[in-house]
Design a protein around this ligand. Sequence first.
Ligand code: ADP
Ligand code: ZN
Length: 623
Amino acid sequence: MKPDSAHQILSDTFGYSAFRGAQQAIVEHVGKGGDALVLMPTGGGKSLCYQIPALMRDGVGIVVSPLIALMQDQVDALKQLGVSAAFLNSSLDADTAREVSRQLMRGELKLLYVAPERLMTEGFLNLLERIRQVGGIGLFAIDEAHCVSQWGHDFRPEYRALTVLHERFPDVPRIALTATADAPTRREIIERLALEQAQQFVSSFDRPNIQYRVALKNNARQQLQTFLETEHPDDAGIVYCLSRKKVEETAAWIKEKGWDALPYHAGLDAAVRNKNQKRFLREEGVIMVATVAFGMGIDKPNVRFVAHLDLPKSMEGYYQETGRAGRDGLPANAWMAYGLGDVVSMRQMLLSGDAPEERKRVELQKLDALLGFCESTACRHQTILRYFGEEHPGDCGQCDNCLTPVDTWNATQAAQMALSCIYRTGQRFGVAHLIDVLLGKATPKVEQFHHQQLSTFGIGKELAQQQWSSVYRQLTAGGFIEVDIEGYGGLRLAEAARPVLRGEQEVWLRRDAEPAKRTSSKAERGSRLREAFAGANEDPLWQALKSKRMELAREQGVPPYVIFHDSTLLEILNQRPQTLDAMGRISGIGQAKLSKYGDAFLQVMEDAANGRWRSQTLKQVNR
Ligand code: ADP
Ligand code: ZN
């Protein structure tokens, strides 16, 4: 192994000038034959950590991955870089699979992606034995290693059997990788994969390029529309909804508003799902409206936003779902609309399910942590990282709470009124009625139940309807109030309400900003994205570069980002290289891509300079 070969491969093959974070240490460690456990957030650059060592070492690198649907794209991307790669999984016909085996035996492959169930067959293990005799095995990479963990939501029983690799091929280095951060999962990976001796590389899980925002829901659709119009008029993104029905309706509505939106949920026919996923990956500017069924292993790098119209179930879910934005490191938005109705319906859903009590308790706790996050006035980046056991100085400048700091107010008296109103009315009414009582409104329902005779009738006139709603939302999110499980949305006092009612505990709540105030800085927020794209969207050259990329991608049946990432294309736009040499210095353009595409993109720029792009490319744009 040459001392500089890791860097050489990084720049010649991948076209990158420097390693990121722990990459270099990992690559050197595994390149020398060491075992490694790599914990890195989504978008951190895990693939290079096994791809470069595989290229440095003799023989073929075997990559175990549960994401069959994505193997094709991963292999396509490697081929674009001039790396001989292939995959083996159940989607291949027998002839193709045999051909891959032959290539392996001839030592023609540097990387092979395999599904775990295929890897564990006796036939494949025997093949590995034979490969060891001929070309050799460079390493085993176990991607998505958290799949060995029973506690994770992606548990794959086949992953448990992967220790066989170590037993049968003890001299082959192994590298396990995951973006799942928590300590129990990490311990289980080490134990289950017998990685006690492996060096651990734990990166920060911060995603500084993601701007987190939680908006108070008043008219979710209108809010989403404003968000899309002002910040993401042409971007690809994901909109998460809780139910299949809402997915369908929202997708239809967004489409009606003029965007290219597609639905995705487990109730759709598999063929439709695949087709929609493919369009999302291969085309530009598609918005996927989906349940959480969508996203596992989606490695489209230029997802510019993730919007939640409903609450995720936990912080883990929120972090994972929002983490699909901005894998390319360019600015991206995580935006969520949240309101009292969400708190009530999520609690009801969890409580009324038929999961065992123990499980429900855990799920409720997880939901509470998420609600705490929604209501928090602290830096979002800091709050998320704390939840995963990592420190962050706060003041990130990239979250709603840092951009528009939120006031808190001493709401002890209001909380007492709100709680005692629940108590006096018999702990069975919903928020709307409770507020009517507090405000002293003699509605038919108030009269029907003689609630105008209660001591709490009309005692809350100092606060407006909106403010009471905010108080109830925060008290519910904070665990002072329970929601009935019969489904009528009635509120009851929780144990935690007692000290408040007895005057033994103060309650501080966030002062919900006027929606207008929060929207006023939107222009400024939108400009962050515009800045990153350097006015690209208005630049005809940008459109010309994009349509050239799309044309090349279509010819080969690969997603556009497999040709060049947005960041690479942006650099071309900003640098305007005039020669192949200059083009080769752009980040993301290695030798293979330079010789494949260098001329084509130089031509695009020359045409642009001559003003010829107008007639040629504009008609292809935005198809
Ligand atoms: P992960 O698997 O950790 O989510 P990827 O391996 O897909 O991340 O990498 C995320 C993105 O970062 C990819 O677009 C990749 O090409 C890019 N990338 C990774 N390492 C580097 C680097 N050293 N320099 C520039 N870009 C990088
Ligand atoms: Zn912040």
